[in-house]
Design a protein around this ligand. Sequence first.
Ligand code: ADP
Length: 167
Amino acid sequence: MTRTALYPGSFDPITNGHIDILRQALGLADRVVVAIGIHPGKTPMFSLEARSAMIAEVASDAFGAAADRISVIGFDNLVVDAARGQGATVLIRGLRDGTDLDYEMQMAGTNGAIAPDVQTVFLPASPGVRHIAATLVRQIAAMGGDVAPFVPAQVACELGRRTNPSG
Ligand code: ADP
């Protein structure tokens, strides 16, 4: 039986931290669906299409043939419904610190109560990437800082284009 995991998030944009979690998830599941949450009322820096394209490109570079086991979707419904829609029985979440843990415990408990058939699995951030957050990356880029330590080269390039279109 194929085990499918859903990895939900904003991925605005994908960072080295997300890639670390994706790598771990590929070791646990046959198929990993990266699910980009669409929140009405929230304006992302990158469109759904741009985020999907960056994830596909970066996954292919990082994982080679194993990237064939990754797919990317957008979703605007409950995360457990998105998981069921993909035939996923596992929900992947990354943990960076105690703040993530407090929030994620609440989400895992809520999702588990709604959908006992979908199991949340927490994966610990590797030491080299546990400080990375997409929000900070966007802020650094907006202020003209170097984001190269936090995101793949293609993403750094897109951030540069987005925040300094004339540059
Ligand atoms: P962020 O919190 O950086 O805006 P997302 O909302 O896209 O990112 O997060 C999606 C998932 O990826 C969450 O489970 C989050 O904890 C995890 N994640 C994000 N950054 C990292 C990181 N540096 N290390 C481990 N997990 C991470």
